[in-house]
Ligand binder design. Structure first.
Ligand SMILES: [Zn+2]
Length: 83
C-alpha cells in the first residue's frame, strides 16, 4: 500500500515528501510552471511579476491591458475587429 503521490507537474519526477516546493520537485520546476502559466496570460520581460500578490498581479495585468488598448487606439488601425 503506497499512497499515490503525484509527481512534479513540470518534470513528472517523484516529489520528496518533505520537499519545500511541493507539488513541484524544486524551485526551478515551480518557476517553470508559473512562467508557463503567466506566459499564457501575460508575459512582462524584465518585470518580476512573480513577486506580486495574485490580487496585485491581476490589477497589474488589467493596467497593462488598458495600456495596450490605449496604444492600439493611438495607432488608429486595429487589425483585429475586436469591439
Ligand atoms: Zn520537477
Amino acid at each position: 500500500m503506497t499512497p499515490e503521490r503525484p509527481g512534479c507537474p513540470t518534470c513528472e519526477k517523484a516529489v520528496p515528501a518533505d520537499g519545500g516546493f511541493r507539488p513541484f520537485c524544486s524551485s526551478r520546476c515551480k518557476m517553470v510552471d508559473l512562467g508557463r502559466w503567466f506566459q499564457g496570460k501575460y508575459f512582462v520581460p524584465g518585470e518580476s511579476a512573480f513577486a506580486l500578490d495574485p490580487e496585485e498581479f491581476e490589477e497589474h495585468v488589467r493596467r497593462l491591458e488598458d495600456n495596450e488598448r490605449a496604444k492600439q487606439a493611438e495607432d488608429g488601425g486595429d487589425p483585429e475587429p475586436d469591439a
